[in-house]
Write a protein that binds this ligand. Structure first.
Ligand code: AP5
Ligand code: MG
Length: 222
């Protein structure tokens, strides 16, 4: 894999990684690589990886490094990644971060920037429990914060079917936040030590956060 840019979005469940990745993907012509989306597709397709991942995801815990690294390694070989990648939800452990560095180093590359999205845990429960997405195109919505302009019709593709995630129940969100703090938050120091970290206040208006992150991405890939 050789790509012009590799960006990482780091943040707890509900931080807005998916929301902002989709916007940055459009603005910069990069490809959003969400390991959560890949795992949910594997679960839906009933692959071996999906069968192994399902119960772990439903419990709000992290899927094994081996499964996730294999999925990401295969995805990085696909042609569209040559445009550049925004990693949404990967890496989530130090083992994954080191594996990513190794994969990139094979092509003389490194991470351009890891953006830590800083939010309040309490607000995350509210964000996640109101979340739903378009079944057709995956556009994200929220019961309180972001409804389609025309009720029941996706702004992006005109679809009329929407879905909610199995792990978005209030009791599972607590476990997901715990997994984040125990296993993923240490990556903030990992990227800080390498001089690759940027931090963004990810509370507040979605458009304002996009504007701040756009500036960060511009300076990281210029
Ligand atoms: P994953 O799918 O990655 O979920 P997550 O990290 O828990 O994050 P979310 O997708 O819930 O949140 P988000 O940050 O994308 O927020 P969003 O933009 O949707 O992972 C799911 C599971 O898969 C994991 O628990 C694990 O089991 C497994 N997994 C995945 N990757 C793995 C890995 N690398 N290793 C091991 N296991 C892995 O926004 C949330 C809501 O808030 C939306 O409704 C949105 O509209 C709204 N919103 C967004 N921004 C704002 C704002 N500024 N103000 C108000 N509302 C907002
Ligand atoms: Mg997401």
């Amino acid at each position: 894999m050789t790509t012009p840019a590799v960006l990482i979005l780091l943040g707890p469940p509900g931080a807005g990684k998916g929301t902002q990745a989709r916007r940055l993907e459009e603005k910069f012509g990069l490809v959003q690589l969400s390991t959560g989306d890949m795992l949910r597709a594997a679960v839906a397709a009933g692959t071996d990886a999906g069968k192994a991942a399902k119960a772990v995801m439903d419990a709000g815990e992290l899927v094994s490094d081996e499964i996730v690294i294999n999925i990401l390694r295969d995805r990085l070989k696909e042609d569209d990644v040559a445009k550049g990648a925004i990693l949404d939800g990967f890496p989530r452990t130090t083992v994954q971060a080191e594996a990513l560095d190794g994969l990139l180093a094979e092509n003389g590359q490194s991470v351009n920037a890891a953006i830590a999205m800083e939010v309040d845990d309490a607000a995350m429960v509210e964000r996640i429990s109101g979340r739903y997405t378009c079944a057709g195109c995956g556009e994200g919505y929220h019961d309180s914060f972001k409804q389609p302009a025309a009720e029941g019709v996706c702004d992006n593709c005109g679809g009329t079917e929407f879905k909610r995630r199995a792990d978005d129940k209030a009791e599972t969100v607590g476990a997901r936040l715990e997994a984040y703090h125990a296993q993923t938050a240490p990556l903030i120091a990992y990227y800080d030590e390498k001089g690759q970290l940027s931090r963004v206040d990810a509370m507040g208006d979605i458009d304002a956060i996009t504007a701040k992150m756009t500036e960060m991405v511009e300076s990281a890939i210029s």
